[in-house]
Design a protein around this ligand. Structure first.
Ligand SMILES: Cc1cc2nc3c(=O)[nH]c(=O)nc-3n(C[C@H](O)[C@H](O)[C@H](O)COP(=O)(O)O)c2cc1C
Ligand code: SF4
Ligand code: SF4
Length: 263
């Protein structure tokens, strides 16, 4: 299962899941993509002998808060789960431990977890093109370790990095060092738009008006899907605080970070 507006979470969850399926010879599998609002209308119930790999991106150092209601409707029955988070090379802060806690309190047994790096939703240069081949190879080795653990006599739980209580949602600062609430910002559309409607179809909040794609009918979570997927690069943010924050991230977090595995 994954929520993945710009596809990096999907890429890693698919790689990990497919490798586990291959090693264990699992015959029956399902993929649940809960990126779009419609896909989050119904919950999911898992059985004791199911195995779930679930991934979300890190937003503000945490599990995206717009997913919290939906995640509470995914129930396990002592089901083995592997939580995964994807972050844009800054940090995953308390997102992985938060996802671990949500799943543990919903009837799942977390036997392994991992953080991976994906191209930042705000940027085309920060962690550009990640996850790359090196990340994918680490994802496959992770699956091998997970399968060894599942094949063992007893499962041990994992110690996942993070703080409890969780740190507050990470907020960017403006030029006067004051916290900026980027929730008020939404994308604009330039004249190159060919009205293909793709942006309206991919928005995980259903917030772009299908009849007039220049109009917003809901909130924007800055997920980057409409910006990165528009075939004519017509969607853009021009808010000075957003642009400043994006440049700051691109400058400050150039050093390549590596996946962290907890098995
Ligand atoms: C609102 C928002 C907040 C984000 N916060 C963080 C963060 O705190 N740390 C970080 O490294 N990346 C952060 N990112 C980047 C995403 O976690 C990262 O690009 C991820 O790979 C996107 O996943 P996707 O391709 O599945 O959409 C943020 C992205 C968005 C949209
Ligand atoms: S994806 Fe781009 S070109 Fe297509 S409707 Fe949206 S803004 Fe216009
Ligand atoms: S409008 Fe906002 S929430 Fe919707 S796809 Fe674009 S960036 Fe994502």
């Amino acid at each position: 299962m994954y929520f993945s507006p710009t596809g990096t979470t999907k890429k890693i969850v698919d790689e990990i899941g497919n490798k586990i399926v291959e090693i264990k010879g699992i015959e029956s599998t399902i993929t649940i993509d809960f990126t779009l609002p419609k896909q989050r209308e119904n919950g999911q119930i898992f059985k004791a002998d199911d195995l779930l790999v679930i991934g979300v991106p890190v937003y503000a150092g945490r599990v995206p808060n717009i997913l919290l209601n939906y995640l509470s409707t995914i129930k396990g029955n002592e089901t083995v789960v592997i939580p995964i988070v994807l972050y844009g090379n800054r940090d995953y802060d308390d997102a992985l431990i938060e996802l671990n806690d949500i799943l543990s309190s919903n009837g799942f047994k977390v036997i392994a977890a991992a953080s991976f790096i994906g191209e930042h939703s705000f940027s085309k240069t920060l962690a550009k093109d990640r996850p790359d081949d090196v990340d994918l190879s680490i994802a496959r080795s992770f699956s091998e370790s997970v399968c060894e653990k599942i094949g063992g006599d007893s499962f041990s739980f994992v110690n996942i990095k993070g703080n409890r209580p969780y740190r507050k949602y990470y907020m960017p600062k403006d030029k006067d060092e004051k916290s900026v609430d980027i929730r008020r910002i939404s994308p604009k559309t330039d004249n190159n738009c060919i009205d293909c409607k793709l942006c309206a179809k991919v928005c995980p909040m259903g917030s772009i008006d299908y009849n007039d794609v220049t109009k917003m009918i809901g909130i924007c979570i800055k997920c980057g899907a409409c910006i990165k997927l528009c075939p004519t690069q017509s969607k853009y943010f021009d808010d000075p605080d957003y642009i400043r924050h994006k440049h700051e991230l691109e400058e400050q977090f150039k050093k390549r970070r590596e996946p962290e595995l907890f098995v």
